[in-house]
Design a protein around this ligand. Structure first.
Ligand code: PLP
Length: 385
């Protein structure tokens, strides 16, 4: 998503300046395949900053989600619940293992899963719930964990948007997103807060899944244990695939991670600027993000919810005439050309509402605050006319 021909594109990948230095360093070291120094540095960064007990760098968030399905031994007949308003990666990961996908609706207040409807979707065959913290906004984790515990279900957090975001229930210690479910996944695709072009991370919070995660990531071999001198030779011990990125990706990512505080501060400032300058829009029937009290903003994306799909198209076109590129987001998976014939027919009105009416505004590190003000002024002009 470049659209760089616009004065204000939707996204512009930010480079800290150290990426190519570190890539050169990785090349010069002679260790260019995976699990070298930079991979170890990236993983140590996540473990230290967020308290994740075990992390593994992967080639994408999609790969990390596929690892989750393998790790949980998902098989034909198992059911997995996930929101319909999300990216297709989680759906594919579990479908590839033969699971039946049970799509959940979004909340009327925000695009996250509506946890009040979760229990009605659970059957004796349900194995797992995949959560997406949309825009880095935490799902209602206490409520969801209680339901999962009651029914013996595994929680997987698709935290692709949620780097550096926290779940902050009142009177409880805040927790970093990605550290709550048994497993969690992050993405470093170039549209995310910290990025490496492509890249991902698997977080293994359930220690029982640790050693097998290493094996699955290394083509089903115990290569990682071999290099730690824990086994005499490395062998094929389980199913697996190749999920580890080269050191070139890790080197790039590490340059970004070193600057994460600066990146986050800037993105959050832009988010708050939009929120402040768009306060007049609700009087025209447009909804702004409503952050639940337990969710902390990480400045991943800023969205509004228009009154109709037609109005959204008109607003996109209007902003384009001013050389500003805005973008809608996910299209409900239960209505997709591929899955619609397989869906059980339940209407999911809020997933459809966000598919049809949600609009994301430009948000990237180099976006100037006066550009944000200009975008907000134009939007108000659009609605006032
Ligand atoms: C970006 C994204 C993914 C996919 O990430 P990749 O690293 O591109 O595989 C998965 N889920 C969500 C919610 C995303 O936003």
């Amino acid at each position: 998503m470049y659209h760089q021909q616009y004065q204000i594109p939707f996204n512009k990948p930010f480079l800290t300046g150290k990426e190519t230095d570190y890539i050169r360093e990785a090349v010069a070291s002679g260790k260019i395949s995976g699990d070298g120094l930079f991979t170890a540095r990236c993983q140590a960064f996540f473990e230290a900053r967020y308290g994740f007990s075990k992390t593994l760098l992967t080639t994408s968030c999609t790969d990390a989600l596929e690892m989750c399905a393998l790790l949980l031994n998902i098989k034909s007949g198992d059911e997995v619940i996930m929101p319909s308003f999300t990216f297709v990666s989680a759906a594919n990961a579990f479908l590839l293992r033969g699971a039946r996908l049970v799509f959940a609706d979004s909340s009327p207040q925000h695009p996250n899963i509506d946890e009040t409807q979760l229990e009605s979707l659970i059957t004796p065959r349900t194995r797992a719930i995949v959560l997406v913290h949309y825009g880095g906004m935490a799902c209602n984790m206490n409520a969801i964990q209680q339901i999962a515990h009651r029914h013996g279900l595994t929680i997987i957090e698709d935290a692709a948007h949620a780097t550096d975001a926290r779940y902050c229930p009142p009177n409880e210690t805040p927790q970093y997103l990605g550290g709550i479910g048994s497993l969690a996944t992050f993405s470093f695709h170039e549209t995310k807060n910290v990025m490496a072009g492509e890249g991902g991370l698997l977080v293994i919070n359930d220690s029982a899944l640790r050693s097998r995660a290493e094996i699955i990531r290394e083509k089903g071999t115990n290569r990682a244990a071999f290099f730690r001198n824990e086994v005499a030779k490395y062998q094929w011990v389980d199913i697996g695939s190749s999920f580890l990125p080269s050191e070139l990706i890790a080197a790039f990512l590490y340059a970004q991670l070193e600057q994460i505080s600066v990146i986050q501060q800037k993105r959050i400032a832009i988010w708050q600027h939009y929120h402040q300058y768009l306060q007049q829009l609700p009087r025209y029937g447009v909804a702004l993000p409503q952050m639940p009290s337990y969710a902390e903003c990480n400045g991943h994306l800023y969205y509004i919810v228009c009154r109709s799909a037609t109005e959204r198209d008109q607003l996109i076109a209007y902003l384009k005439t001013h050389s500003i590129y805005t973008a809608f987001h996910y299209q409900s998976l239960h209505q997709s050309p591929f899955f619609q014939p397989l869906h059980d027919g339940r209407p999911l009105p809020y997933a459809d509402l966000y598919s049809d009416r949600l609009l994301r505004l430009p948000l990237y590190y180099e976006l100037e605050l006066n550009s944000v003000e200009k975008i907000c002024a134009l939007m108000e002009q659009f609605y006032a006319s």
